[in-house]
Design a protein around this ligand. Structure first.
Ligand SMILES: Nc1nc2c(c(=O)[nH]1)N[C@H]1C(S)=C(S)[C@@H](COP(=O)(O)O)O[C@H]1N2
Ligand SMILES: [Mo]
Length: 257
């Protein structure tokens, strides 16, 4: 891997190049001289891998290798680029492991965010309690492994402030998320504490719309889209690797962008 400047880390072209390089060196290791083409990249296509594909097996090994390399390279202070509001993508794409007809309806008035694991104050939070905490917002680029990216504005509570406030053990390895659909994912603690990681309550200055994860999602601009859980119902801190919906199907756990 060659030199990275902080600002092109999250750039899509850079990302595709990086994945190509990784595929190249991994496929060389796995299959001698045979090199995977950009066409095979479409097999990475997000959220819909076909079953029983041999490329899928390779993807798993590329991913494992990638986790080690990325954890080694990851700088917890690196910032994702931010953009002017004029660059916001309209309309912003919806994505999930199901179609728009199945978007979950979460009742905000009855919503409780549950806390679990290595957290001192595990009292559940209502939406209005979360909304009363100090808020911040940022315009960043969301990158999906399906090959699209979009710029949006998200607002909410700095996740590191929230974790410290509830007495999370910030020396633990992972923060895991359970969602109102059957989605789940997890992140490393340095990413959870990253200054741009937001417990998100708004999109484009409005209450988070249902398609984008009402009532609450985590926005992590240093991670790929699938590491940004929507409709979060539980947050827990743990030292036991929690995996994730896509991660358990072979996607790179680190999921850096
Ligand atoms: N709960 C939940 N969160 C999720 C997903 C999902 O299916 N369910 N899909 C992920 C993927 S792959 C992407 S690209 C983004 C899409 O977010 P958006 O609808 O705000 O664009 O949500 C991520 N978080
Ligand atoms: Mo995605």
């Amino acid at each position: 891997m060659s030199k990275r400047s902080p600002n092109d880390l999250i750039d899509t072209k850079y990302l595709i190049k990086q994945v190509e390089k990784e595929l190249e060196s991994s496929s060389r290791r796995l299959f001698g001289k045979q090199i995977l083409s950009l066409g095979s990249l479409s097999l990475l296509s997000g959220c819909a891998l076909t079953d029983g594909d041999s490329a899928e097996k390779m993807l798993v090994s590329v991913s494992r290798w990638n986790d080690r390399v990325q954890a080694f390279l990851f700088d917890p202070n690196k910032l994702a680029p931010t953009y002017p509001e004029s660059m916001i993508t309209k309309p912003f794409p919806f994505n999930a492991y199901y179609g728009e007809d199945e978007i979950r309806d979460v009742d905000g008035t009855r919503y409780k965010l549950e806390l679990g694991g290595l957290i001192r104050e595990r009292k559940p939070w209502t939406l209005s309690q979360l909304a009363m905490l100090p808020q911040t917002s940022q315009v960043t680029r969301h990158i999906c492994v399906e090959g699209w990216s979009a710029i949006g504005k998200w607002g909410g509570v700095r996740f590191s402030d929230f974790l410290k406030m509830v007495g999370a053990d910030t020396t633990a390895k992972y923060v895991g998320f359970k969602c109102a659909d059957d989605y789940y994912t997890s992140i490393d603690m340095p990413t959870a504490l990253h200054q741009q990681t937001l417990l998100t309550l708004t999109f484009a200055d409005r209450i988070l719309p249902r398609e984008y994860g009402f009532p609450m999602k985590l926005r992590i601009p240093t991670k790929l889209g699938f590491k940004n859980p929507k409709h979060i119902t539980e947050i827990y801190v743990t030292n036991d690797y929690p995996g994730g919906y896509w991660e358990d199907q072979g996607y790179n756990w680190f999921g850096g962008a």
